[in-house]
Design a binder for this molecule. Sequence first.
Ligand SMILES: NC(=O)c1ccc[n+]([C@@H]2O[C@H](COP(=O)([O-])OP(=O)(O)OC[C@H]3O[C@@H](n4cnc5c(N)ncnc54)[C@H](OP(=O)(O)O)[C@@H]3O)[C@@H](O)[C@H]2O)c1
Length: 420
Amino acid sequence: MITTKVVSLNKMINMSNQREFDIIVWGASGFTGRLVAEYLFNNYGVDQTIKWAMGGRSQTKLEKVRAEVADNSVPLVIADSQDEESLNAMTQRTKVVCTTVGPYAKYGSKLVHSCISNQTDYCDLAGEVQWMRRMIDHHHEAASLNGTKIVHTCGFDSIPSDMGVYFVQKEAKARTGQPAKEIKMRVRAMKGEMSGGTYASLNNVMKEASNDKSIYKILLNPYGLNPEGEQSGPDKRDLQSVVYDKTSKSWIFPFVMAGINTKVVRRSNALMGYPYGEEFRYEEAMMSGKGLSGRIKGLTAAAALGVMMLAKPGSLIKKGVDMVLPKPGEGPNKTKREAGFYNLKFFAELENGRKAVGVVTGDMDPGYGSTSKMLAESALCLAKDNLPKIGGMLTPSVAMGDALLKRLEENAGLSFSINF
Ligand SMILES: NC(=O)c1ccc[n+]([C@@H]2O[C@H](COP(=O)([O-])OP(=O)(O)OC[C@H]3O[C@@H](n4cnc5c(N)ncnc54)[C@H](OP(=O)(O)O)[C@@H]3O)[C@@H](O)[C@H]2O)c1
């Protein structure tokens, strides 16, 4: 049995070394995909250190976007999410598929299957917990056996959280010999907007959950992405209200990404065999400042979030929200992306009663400017770096660890620091 696994892994390594491309950016005609393609073209060129192509379902749209963000030297690859033959033809040509074709629950399942069948590594921007759970249940075993890395959440959700905790724990162990017992991530400041594709993905999660109540159980379980049999622990549900937080000395309110990020961090801990400890606690929230103004700001932001997330499909409120928010293909322009940023604080409680504060910053808007750089660097990391020889439905820190940390700091405009 063990011999079979080793043989198939070696075969895979040989196979993937001979591929025509290192990376295909699939979804390059969409809002985020074109940013990824633009980033690769501007920073890595074509056929120099990496061989890459732009992918999508429409030749005409791809040609148009290619003319805007790159040039004719970038090859185009056509594949439709519902056409398995076209997906297999695509995944057989490349070492890595980097996909921004979402909502992933609608368009992503066959691609994941095709990547594993053809031993092609994969990264995406999925934040759809119910879909990731399905993919884990269906594919983790096969991907671990044949050594294919499938890595969801390679954007703002959840790289800064997952890699932030990875970084803080690494530093804590180096300094004290022990991991932190608890980390509270607080969004200190953030500036950015949503795209139509992300709003469509959020809507799809809520729609699926209202049709299938078992999805709520997954969304509400803090350990909803953990391996089977390991879905309980000391953490409770994410923050649901506006409260004063002594740790950050600020009012805090719910963070829209917490439901994804915290589960990814817990899955990382579980997949690595609990290097943060089995009793490790992790939570996330947004800071709104001190005093009455901090409280009012928190209440207002929480109310707006509640309306966006909980308005019933078909209701007048929902129609109003749909009118205000962008449509698929739309999102913040270059000026807004460049004016954006984020600053996340990681308050860590160490074993011996000592404390440390980690900080992760990003130099562009979280959702698109920074996300497209994080996704592109993840794809490059999977294609080019010397990574642990493991496969499965992995998280960014488990699949790419230190190699990704280095790329994020050197190339993607993120910084990681810590004070003890
Ligand atoms: N995690 C994060 O931080 C983060 C940040 C940004 C975005 N996202 C996620 O990324 C995804 C994309 O967002 P976006 O704003 O870029 O969306 P978008 O502009 O709507 O782009 C979607 C892409 O999917 C393609 N597509 C749709 N149906 C397809 C099919 N049947 N076969 C092949 N391709 C198909 C579209 O191609 P056409 O052009 O031909 O229609 C387009 O290229 C969403 O799921 C969003 O939630 C996550």
